[in-house]
Design a protein around this ligand. Structure first.
Ligand SMILES: [Zn+2]
Length: 424
């Protein structure tokens, strides 16, 4: 049985890795062979230099992703098959760790190890790739401070959370995985509530949009969309990066956050249409659907954990003396990728549908297709997003439709709107 488990995992792992690398390689070749001429709908709206830069940026990120994929696969195989997992358990036991303390120390040390292994990649990404394309605005000091704050925060929230997980696994009876699920869902809600007011401000400054024409028009639009919010804020995103975006956080009365990088570059009409798109996500319940999907995934993972937690062959296969909560959780989390990989295109498809719906909401609310289009073109140029990804890669990984797809959809909707007005 232990051999079967190892071969099943290795087989699925190899399949997942080959598919993923193949898709990225396909997209890389496609982008390298692409042209710098702006596609027809963008003539006059985007210059050749921006297209060339966005291709180069895509190539750099894809190559980096391939390298990280090889390293990640190597790390995972080493972790599972070098004997380091059972060795860590023996080590902690020899230091008198038992019960909940063993559980928490084991998982916290592994999380720390994986964070450390990721550091060189994060460094390279920020100070080589992002810097080469003019995005990075951080010095090493701020970068290090971010990491330290992140680590402290993870410890402060993560350690009590892990004690909670152990408690539910150990002492809530036969249906422990359902109780644990309720606990995790509750923690998630609390984090969503804590995030805008307590966590995000540790990293960025949020300033309410000053009184004046832009704020008045944005608030007026939010009222018209019957969107109850806790305010519009600008975030000093330009301290770290030149990437530009807008988002909102919170569950019941969300606050809207606009990157200062975006506000500086956009006209009033363009900002309004982006904001209307964001409100669209909320009014069409995309946030709640996303959260529900996420919770369904957690529930499924816990059910699998419940099936495997006392199954000796799994632990034998990876060199453990016997079943334990910490080993079960580690193995399920470490081995999950090759099993869940096939869900990615479905999730990406759902997300792309939501983007189309939010664009449609913006159009219906404001009736300004021109402004929405020019805002999207501007955002695409600012972020150097790939204009012509390989369609298979895009279907698998793209959470947003490409710029050209979105522009075409906006044109279709605008034409339908025109037709309806003519008929009436
Ligand atoms: Zn969106």
């Amino acid at each position: 049985m232990t051999e079967f488990i190892i071969f099943l995992f290795l087989g699925l792992f190899l399949l997942d890795w080959t598919l993923e690398t193949g898709l990225a390689g396909l997209n890389l070749a496609h982008t390298l062979a692409g042209s710098d001429t702006p596609p027809a709908p963008l003539r006059g709206a985007m210059d050749e230099q921006t297209v060339r830069k966005s291709r180069a940026y895509t190539v750099a990120r894809l190559r980096f992703g391939l390298l990280r994929g090889v390293a990640g696969a190597g790390y995972l195989l080493l972790l599972l098959f070098s004997g380091v997992l059972p060795w860590l358990e023996t080590l902690l036991r020899s230091w008198q760790f038992t019960g909940p303390h063993l559980f928490v120390a084991y998982l916290a040390l592994l999380a720390l190890l994986s964070a450390l292994l990721g550091l060189p990649f994060a460094l390279y990404s920020t100070f080589r790739i992002e810097a080469a394309f003019g995005f990075n605005r951080m010095g090493i000091g701020l970068w290090l401070l971010d990491r330290i704050k992140g680590l402290l925060l993870a410890g402060l929230l993560g350690v009590p959370f892990l004690y909670g997980v152990y408690l539910f696994m150990e002492s809530s009876g036969r249906w422990w995985w359902l109780w644990l699920f309720l606990f995790i869902a509750l923690v998630q809600m609390v984090l969503v509530w804590l995030y805008p007011a307590f966590i995000a401000p540790l990293f960025n400054k949020f300033t309410p949009l000053p009184e004046g024409e832009p704020r008045r028009r944005m608030e007026e639009m939010a009222r018209r969309a019957r969107f109850r919010m806790a305010g519009i804020f600008t975030m000093d995103a330009s301290r770290r990066s030149g990437h530009s975006n807008a988002y909102f956080t919170g569950l019941l009365r969300p606050r809207i956050v606009l990157f200062d990088t975006m506000l500086d570059e956009m006209s009033m009409e363009e900002s309004l249409s982006v904001l209307a798109h964001e409100i669209g996500h909320y009014r069409e319940h995309h946030i709640h659907k996303g959260l529900a999907l996420n919770l369904a995934g957690t529930l499924f993972m816990l059910w699998v954990l419940n099936l495997l937690v006392d199954w000796p062959p799994l632990f034998e296969a990876f060199g453990f003396a016997g079943p334990s909560h910490h080993a079960a959780l580690t193995l399920v989390l470490a081995m999950g990728g090759p099993f869940t990989f096939y869900l990615e295109p479905l999730l990406a498809w759902i997300s792309r549908r939501h983007e189309y719906q939010a664009d449609a909401f913006s159009l219906a609310l404001l009736g300004m297709p021109g402004a929405l289009k020019s805002a999207l073109i501007r955002l695409n140029g600012q972020n150097l997003a790939n204009l012509r990804p390989h369609p298979w890669y895009a279907a698998y990984h793209y959470s947003h439709p490409t710029l050209l797809q979105r522009l075409a959809a906006i044109d279709r909707l605008a034409a339908q709107g025109q037709a309806r007005r003519v008929q009436a």
